[in-house]
Design a binder for this molecule. Structure first.
Ligand SMILES: [Zn+2]
Length: 287
């Protein structure tokens, strides 16, 4: 199965956003007011050429993402702490066409969560079925969603995703629920809350020996997963670290290529099928 990594632009966040510092409101303040920034990080979209149809995981950043937003009142602070760099040609639609694929042929778009660097390209896929966790939708939709910092005013009017409610589903390995997307039974959505409350990840079981885990922002990099470092934007770092432990547990049981959306090393690991580095994991446990 062909899998493509499409970089739709770059993002730079404060260092305290990448690795959270402090607790509660203090943690949020440290994230927003930090004057030090990370290097530019990629914003990946993943495309699977599945026999049952094209599957797109997340949709990247829109070209107008740096445009000022004044509601809710903390938005300018969020925008100061997360900056984006992209061109119109980098939007996911044109890059798909460059690969010889048509956005109109996409069957499913799975959204790991509804932050703007993941839902910014919805308008490219008018024919697709969108899949999102019910919990994420509850947090992100309507006026409550706007208050939570979600930019749902940018969603196309026709955006009506299918919801996955993990609470009513059977576990999948260490994960508390799952939803199998394909008839072939090789693609599973699992809850990976923390970065956002309804965050999900996608697991493609390639064969008995290899799984590919499309992690969204479950952690920003593989290293941060292994070190179990929660970011500075998720509401509850404990929930995120619990997710990290579950992913690591899954990776103990299956060779797992781990692909966060903003990990500079992710594309190479995908192309060479490099699973989560066990040595690093042992190192982290020994500390
Ligand atoms: Zn995010």
């Amino acid at each position: 199965m062909k899998i493509h990594a499409i970089e739709t632009g770059k993002v730079k966040i404060t260092k305290n956003w990448r690795i959270g510092r402090g607790n509660g409101l203090k943690r949020f303040k440290n994230t927003l007011f930090d004057s030090e920034f990370t290097e530019w990080l990629p914003i990946y979209v993943w495309v699977i050429e599945h026999p049952e149809g094209l599957i797109v995981i997340d949709t990247g950043i829109p070209v107008d993402a740096n445009k000022r937003i004044w509601f809710p009142p903390f938005m300018p602070l969020v925008q100061r702490a997360a900056k984006f760099k992209m061109t119109p040609e980098q939007e996911v639609g044109s890059q798909l066409r460059q690969l010889g694929l048509s956005p109109n042929d996409v069957r499913w778009v799975v959204l790991t969560h509804l932050h703007q660097d993941h839902d910014g390209g919805l308008h490219h896929f008018p024919n697709a079925e969108f899949v999102v966790s019910f919990k994420e939708w509850e947090m992100a939709a309507g006026i409550k969603g706007r208050m939570n910092g979600y930019l749902n005013q940018r969603w196309p009017d026709w955006f009506k995703p299918r919801f996955v409610d993990f609470d009513s589903q059977k576990p999948f390995g260490p994960f508390t629920g799952h939803h199998t997307l394909t008839q072939a039974g090789d693609i599973h959505l699992v809850p990976t809350p923390g970065h956002s409350p309804g965050h999900l990840s996608v697991i493609l079981v390639e064969d008995d020996l290899m799984s590919i885990l499309f992690a969204g922002d479950a952690s920003y990099t593989e290293e941060l997963l292994i070190e179990q470092k929660a970011d500075g934007i998720g509401a509850d770092p404990d929930v995120q670290q619990e997710t990290h432990r579950k992913i690591l547990k899954y990776a103990e049981q299956h060779h797992t290529v781990y692909l966060p959306s903003h990990d500079p090393g992710a594309k190479e690991r995908l192309e060479n099928r490099i699973p989560i580095n066990k040595d690093l994991e042992l190192e982290a446990q020994a500390v």
